[in-house]
Design a protein around this ligand. Structure first.
Ligand code: ADP
Ligand code: ADP
Length: 229
């Protein structure tokens, strides 16, 4: 699995306001790192930089030692999987929605992949088969079911790096705990970066950083950082 490194990253959306202010951290290969911080701290911005929706003003972002500025969008997207807070589902079948994560594959191919790609724990918790209609704006599915579809869509690509951006923040506490357990299992043999505003909504991590005003102010394990819960 690849490592992820932010090396002294400085970034803002406009020139007169810096959002990330010399941010440095490492997610060693195969490790699970979390960033917590208040709303507005710049957490989602980290994901946008990783996917190169924007580039840093200064500093570098490295995946497996390589500056992502030198990597093609295509290979970047093949190594990075994201589970966002709110996924947008198509008014189509569950199978189609999962298939969408697979560039260039036909729906039949992807449906077959979905059945085989260790998605069973996700799929067996959905109301019915892959042919079930999601319904307009996903209204036939609960929040937790939608999130399972979203996770399955990401997993079909089998990305070695997972970015969990407030992946469970929109769910009720019980569903959140179920999805966190699922994500924990899924992150097992990957490199993962979890981003959240509360400590209780991140997947078990080897190391947790606290982000404030664009840089890291504290580092510790879950027990040491309980006041951020
Ligand atoms: P967090 O995820 O920690 O809540 P974000 O990374 O979304 O924070 O945002 C950090 C700051 O950047 C916020 O003050 C937000 O208002 C600002 N911001 C986010 N996106 C944009 C944008 N597209 N243009 C200008 N400012 C933005
Ligand atoms: P693909 O390469 O198959 O398009 P991606 O993993 O790049 O899959 O993206 C999956 C979905 O997540 C897309 O809808 C994309 O727009 C969205 N997405 C990608 N990166 C981010 C991000 N940093 N924050 C929020 N949504 C994102």
């Amino acid at each position: 699995q690849p490592s992820v490194v932010f090396d002294n990253v400085v970034f803002g959306y406009d020139r007169n306001r810096t959002i990330l202010n010399g941010l440095s951290f490492e997610v060693p290969a195969g490790h699970h790192v979390a960033l917590v911080g208040p709303s507005g701290a710049g957490k989602s911005t980290i994901g946008r930089l990783l996917f190169r929706f924007y580039d840093p003003w200064q500093g570098r972002i490295l995946i497996d030692g390589q500056d992502i500025a030198q990597v093609s969008q295509r290979s970047l997207r093949s190594v990075l999987g994201i589970v966002p807070q709110d996924c947008v589902l198509f008014n189509d079948t569950i199978g189609y929605n999962i298939a969408y994560g697979r560039e260039g594959a036909s729906e039949a191919e992807v449906t077959a992949a979905a059945r085989g790609a260790a998605l069973a724990p996700l799929l067996e918790r959905l109301p019915a088969g892959l042919e079930t209609e999601v319904g307009e704006r996903g209204l036939k599915l609960s929040g937790g079911e939608k999130q399972r579809v979203s996770i399955a869509r990401t997993l079909v690509k089998n990305p070695p790096i997972l970015l969990l951006d407030e992946a469970t923040s929109a769910l009720d506490t019980r569903t959140e705990q179920e999805i966190l357990a699922t994500l924990h299992a899924i992150a097992e043999n990957r490199t993962s970066l979890s981003i959240a505003h509360r400590l209780s909504t991140i997947v078990d991590s080897d190391c947790i950083f606290v982000l404030n005003e664009g840089h890291l102010v504290e580092q510790g394990n879950h027990a040491e950082l309980l006041r951020y819960d």
